[in-house]
Design a protein around this ligand. Sequence first.
Ligand SMILES: Nc1ncnc2c1ncn2[C@@H]1O[C@H](COP(=O)(O)OP(=O)(O)OP(=O)(O)O)[C@@H](O)[C@H]1O
Ligand SMILES: [Mg+2]
Length: 239
Amino acid sequence: MNPVIETDHVKKVYGETTAVDELTLRVREGTLFGLLGPNGSGKTTTIRVLTGQVRPDSGTAKVLGIDVASDPVGVRRQVGIIPEQETPPSFLTATEYLKFVGAIRKIPDIGERMAWWFDFLEFGDKKDVLCKDLSRGTRQKLMFAQAFIHRPVLALIDEPLINFDPIMQRVVKDFLVDYVRQGNTIFLSTHLLGVAEEICQEFAILHRGKLLHAGQVAEITATGRHLDDFFLGLVRKGE
Ligand SMILES: Nc1ncnc2c1ncn2[C@@H]1O[C@H](COP(=O)(O)OP(=O)(O)OP(=O)(O)O)[C@@H](O)[C@H]1O
Ligand SMILES: [Mg+2]
């Protein structure tokens, strides 16, 4: 299957810190891919490089066949993004925000799609509340809806589950698995290794910007190991 994400020796340096260090990675179409790694290991920077929000110092990144550095807008038009810890505009209501996204993305049936998301993530009762007055979890529902409302073939989502209660985590996990079954691709960063083990087919571990491991989740679990033991063993060895 075609790679939908391809990076070749991507490097991003901030002052003394090498946030991403010569990262070469491939993600095939139709995969639920988990990007794992300790705090500060470069997950968010990687996602920002892939979405054209950060320009790497060297190396190249291709997303859906597009060179990100030469056409970042072209990439963002096609993909869905949940940025790390970002919240919707405080001065808009949930409805206004999704209508705004619908206008930018030129979604003709935005009203119907919005209604579907309000219903699916169970926050229709908050649709006319200003985003500043929504709970963290409800804001995250809105961020989730905006990332998927145009039905992107690829979504890059940075720690999307952290503010959800167990019920909503289940709903969202099932959604992601089903979305990938339909042939789409999800690139997900997370600290929730149990979630990664449960839903991801492939994963990579970053440590201090470097790729420590990339492979199938089943390779680990088939030998009776869990992703968290594997992760801890590998990261401790790398220290
Ligand atoms: N805009 C920036 N300016 C300076 N340093 C940055 C910037 N963005 C990231 N860094 C540094 O780059 C490194 C990688 O950060 P990044 O946010 O990519 O890690 P992460 O794996 O997403 O961490 P976390 O799990 O805490 O979200 C860290 O040392 C961070 O301090
Ligand atoms: Mg991060």
